[in-house]
Design a protein around this ligand. Sequence first.
Ligand code: FES
Length: 227
Amino acid sequence: MQSISLTIDDATIKAEAGDNLLWVALDNGFSIPNLCALRGVTPPFASCRLCFVEIEGRSSPVTACTETVRDGMAVHLNTPRVKKLRSTAFELILSHHHLDCRNCAKNRSCDLQKIAYRFGLKLKPKRLRVIPRNLPVDSSHPLFIYDLNKCILCGKCVHVCHKQGTGMLDFAFRGMHTTVTTLAGIPLADTGCDSCLDCVVICPVGALVAKPEVSLVEAKAEVAHLI
Ligand code: FES
């Protein structure tokens, strides 16, 4: 690997050529909002569109999770264009998210709340209409609950479920009707799910949550390398 240096908000950073820009920035203490990135997973899913940055010499902002670093690169994290794209992407996510923080099991540990707080974004969309999904909540599994109405389509649960070799969860439908669901939408209890709970740990919001008294310790160790 070839050692290179780049600047992020004018601070000089050392990295290896070809490293992923998002993880280089995060590992060096910079904040870039992200909901769909998983460490070491290529190609990146790049669905949340929150991780925009500006790179000198590029005509428009780019997503950090899809960029690799190179020597002499100059990156800016909070330009007006970045902030505008970030806030629009955040509103788009929230326009499909059933916002019920007070009654949500992930209240105070939800990544949407953390990002809103850290980057001064509002949890209630102001410009975009909220389009609720009103889909049934799947409580059939003995260990966890899946509320599709809170799913932000980050794809993390799909990745870990496939990695586990089970692949019970996957994307279905298209456009604004896209959901993460089981094959033919059958209840989770009927899928043959092996109850690893990796999907519950990796879910950044309150879509997949453990039932009370269920321990996530083993599952947390299993996915720690991805986050
Ligand atoms: S983290 Fe880059 S698009 Fe989601």
